[in-house]
Design a protein around this ligand. Structure first.
Ligand SMILES: Cc1cc2nc3c(=O)[nH]c(=O)nc-3n(C[C@H](O)[C@H](O)[C@H](O)COP(=O)(O)O)c2cc1C
Ligand code: SF4
Length: 419
């Protein structure tokens, strides 16, 4: 099955860091159109139906309109390139292969909302991406795409690269802003939202790498062209990360609405060594784990919600018949215990208790009532935690309870055998 490339269009066909090489394949055309009529950008993005690719799917044009409307002496555009979700590698591919498309998208976003400074918050674990971005940013400056008078328009905007310190929670937009301000990265209480009071209290547009990298094509070809791909409620393409027990792991771009089966069979080549597919974790480490019987689910937020899957940032981790889901849940919950920032009690105390209970099932020592406790605690965390980390940490467990209840049998013989 052929990919449909919008964000990764021409990737691999030119020197990624070169602004001129990017221009030669049509790059920076969207920016030139945006510069001709900056006031129209927000309306164009609204009409395209673009929604955030960082996991929450918030309408991008609407988010832009809040920052545009906010009056301030300085406004910021912040690119969330933290990509800390285990099983997600799509932003890395964009930044390595088409860094100027991200830079172009950030300039368009800045024009749209009236920002004069941009930041890329890059995860520390991507040293190669850091080098690529540094080179691309410098080249963009040298060729007049960044600086005090962009392409002779009088518009001033520059982008600074900021390297995180390796905390998953700093992908949450307000923790990210605290970290950028030099503080310990902890989520803020919302509202106020970053769009009106973000970095140093100023209106700040925070968007994911992939979201921003969609802006140039929308500006170049128009919202109608963009809407021909994807679904009515989630137009465009999506970069999907396939990992786990799959023959061809990797990052692939397809229209939103492609089915999990198409990606698993036609792109991923199925499980290696003829093994049978058992389960799929959808939407990253904090996403739901679903059975192979749901392979025909279309990948868009509405269809995923309808069957109990997670769309998230488009991650799919495949597990074959040899996989023990209790091992998986133990591993994931250990991750959340470690990554909880500790600011709020339901997450700080809840995750270790979830882990304790999962381990009881894993070691075959669970008693009557432990499953009820696990579910009650998980549900309480989804509503009681301050940020998405704690709210979504119980998702894998609750989805396994729903779809694979046999795993939690109190006298699970398999769990005893492997402990
Ligand atoms: C624990 C946690 C981690 C997150 N990590 C990321 C991340 O690495 N990258 C990202 O773009 N969004 C991440 N998000 C979502 C951001 O808070 C925010 O919704 C997103 O950057 C908005 O951009 P978008 O509208 O373009 O999707 C995370 C959220 C939570 C709760
Ligand atoms: S939910 Fe967890 S990560 Fe989020 S603020 Fe509370 S303790 Fe921190």
């Amino acid at each position: 099955m052929e990919e449909t490339r919008v964000v990764l269009d021409k990737a691999g066909e030119f020197l990624p860091t070169s602004a001129r090489a990017y221009e030669a394949v049509g790059g920076y055309t969207g920016l030139r159109k945006a510069l001709a009529d900056p006031d129209q950008i927000v309306e164009i993005i609204k009409a395209s139906g673009l929604r955030g690719r960082g996991g929450a799917g918030f309408p991008t044009g609407l988010k832009m309109s809040f920052t545009k409307a906010a009056a301030a002496d300085h406004k910021y555009v912040v690119c969330n390139a933290d990509e800390g979700e285990p099983g997600t590698n799509k932003d890395r591919v964009i930044m390595e292969e088409v860094p100027h498309r991200l830079i172009e998208g950030m300039i368009i976003a800045a024009l749209a909302v009236g920002a004069d400074q941009g930041y890329i918050y890059l995860r520390a674990e991507y040293p190669h991406v850091k080098k690529v971005l540094e080179k691309a940013l410098e080249d963009a400056r040298q060729h007049g795409f960044l600086g005090t008078d962009i392409l002779g328009s009088g518009f001033a905007f520059d982008i600074q690269l900021f390297i995180g310190a390796g905390a998953y929670v700093c992908g949450e937009e307000t923790a990210l802003l605290d970290s950028l301000e030099g503080k310990r990265g902890e989520p803020r209480v919302k509202p106020p939202y970053p769009g009106v009071a973000g970095l140093w209290g100023k209106p700040t547009l925070v968007n994911n790498v992939e979201t921003l990298a969609n802006l140039p094509a929308i500006m170049e070809h128009g919202p109608k062209w963009y809407r021909r791909l994807g679904t009515e409620r989630f137009p465009g393409t999506k970069l999907f990360t396939l990992s786990g027990n799959i023959t061809n792991p990797g990052v692939y771009e397809f229209p939103v609405g492609v089915t999990i089966r198409q990606l698993f069979e036609e792109v991923g080549g199925g499980c290696p060594n003829g093994k049978r597919l058992y389960a799929i974790q959808t939407g990253g480490a904090s996403g739901n784990i679903i059975p192979a019987s749901l392979l025909d689910t279309p990948l868009d937020p509405e269809s995923c919600d309808g069957v109990g899957a997670t769309f998230g940032a488009g991650d799919l981790m495949f597990m074959d018949e040899t996989c023990c889901l209790l091992d998986v849940l133990e591993n994931l919950t250990e991750f959340f215990v470690k990554e909880s920032c500790g600011k709020c009690c339901p997450c700080r105390e809840g995750n270790p208790q979830l882990l304790h209970l999962v381990r009881k099932f894993r070691h075959g020592t669970a008693q009557e009532g432990d499953l009820d406790l696990l579910v009650e605690l998980g549900k309480a965390m989804t509503v009681g935690c301050l940020c998405g980390l704690g709210q979504m940490a119980p998702n894998p467990i609750l989805s396994v309870v729903r779809f694979f209840p046999q795993v939690f049998a109190v006298n699970n013989a398999y769990a005893r055998e492997v402990s």
